[in-house]
Design a protein around this ligand. Structure first.
Ligand SMILES: Nc1ncnc2c1ncn2[C@@H]1O[C@H](COP(=O)(O)OP(=O)(O)OP(=O)(O)O)[C@@H](O)[C@H]1O
Ligand SMILES: [Mg+2]
Length: 308
């Protein structure tokens, strides 16, 4: 397995604040590698150190075997960047922007072909500022692909997009991988990481707190599944009988609902059998598979939304 990005004990502080606090990991050739974490976790700082846009305090970084601070030019030639704060001059047309960016590189792609690949051919002579949010993000991806990069860095590409535009951008990201490039991305959408990334690093307070495939991360949870339901009137949950099931790890009551955590193929079925036996009227029975949100909660004790 070839590593296209390798970091070892990478650190970067802003004054007293340790934005990246000793991070080691590898991004493998041909994968979509995601970093997920709350606002301020250090994702952008980490990515900018990897890209050579920021000078790290200590540790090593290799991109395609090169130190981005020492071999800036070659790393720039062989990688593509979509920055979180991407901006273009307001009076520039899509085609002009691509042509301009193509001129920065020794071996640029045919910019018209890149536009076509992103479904933007008809927009070549539109002003960038007149595009929809989703179209504009696709322009930024096009700019990141203009030099046929081996690795593409993508920071929060779908923030602010509606669900449909988000799906379209996900297809583009998958296509980049399927065409043979490696994608290194950040997001704070759990679902995006779950659906898109081959491997995910969970970042919190400047550190990687877990790194694995999504099924691997979810599989590491003790209680892997959850069912919840409400009971009619004054009925009480047969908590003791539920707890006695070998599949059940815990029973809690919150906001009028009973939440049962557990694992095993027959977990939900066993819970239902106990409820039926107790002759209880159950409303709104839900079975939930655990998500990366549960992984984050179990690792940090906080929900991602509240963690920033
Ligand atoms: N140029 C800077 N100067 C000082 N502090 C900074 C600077 N850039 C970032 N920080 C701080 O460093 C921490 C990490 O910020 P960073 O932008 O890397 O987080 P992030 O994980 O990308 O967050 P988000 O999800 O909001 O994009 C934050 O506390 C932020 O306020
Ligand atoms: Mg960021």
């Amino acid at each position: 397995m070839t590593a296209v990005v390798r970091c070892d004990e990478l650190r970067k502080s802003y004054g007293e604040l340790r934005a990246v606090d000793g991070v080691s990991f590898e991004v493998r050739e041909g994968e979509i590698f995601g970093m997920i974490g709350p606002n301020g976790a250090g994702k952008t700082t980490l990515m900018e150190c990897v890209e050579g846009l920021r000078v790290r305090d200590s540790g090593t970084v290799e991109v395609l075997g090169l130190d981005p601070e020492r071999h800036t030019r070659e790393v720039r030639e062989r990688t593509g960047l979509q920055l979180q704060s991407s901006a273009l001059p307001s009076r520039i047309k899509v085609g002009e922007a691509l042509e301009l960016f193509a001129s920065f590189y020794r071996r640029p792609a045919d910019w018209r072909a890149v536009l076509a690949r992103l479904g933007l051919t008809e927009k070549a002579s539109s002003y960038v500022e007149k595009l929809s949010g989703g179209q504009r993000q696709r322009v930024f991806i096009a700019l990141a692909l203009i030099n046929n990069p081996e690795v593409v860095f993508v920071d929060e590409i779908t923030t602010g997009l509606d669900p449909q535009a988000r799906l379209a951008v996900w297809d583009v990201i998958r296509d980049i991988r399927d065409q043979g490039s490696t994608v290194f991305m950040t997001t704070h959408f759990m679902e995006e990481a779950e659906r898109l990334c081959d491997r995910v690093a969970i970042v919190d307070k400047g550190r990687i707190v877990a790194l694995d495939t999504v099924p691997g991360l979810i599989g590491s949870l003790d209680a892997r599944s959850r069912v919840s339901f409400a009971l009619d009137g004054a009925a009480t949950a047969p908590a003791d009988r539920l707890r006695a099931l070998p599949e059940v790890a815990g029973v809690e009551e919150a906001e009028g609902r009973v939440v049962v955590r557990g694992s095993g193929d027959r977990f939900a079925q066993q819970v239902m059998a106990v409820l039926a036996e107790a002759d209880l009227t159950v409303r709104d029975f839900r079975s939930e598979q655990p998500s990366l949100e549960d992984v984050f909660l179990s690792l940090t004790g906080r929900r991602m939304r509240e963690a920033a």
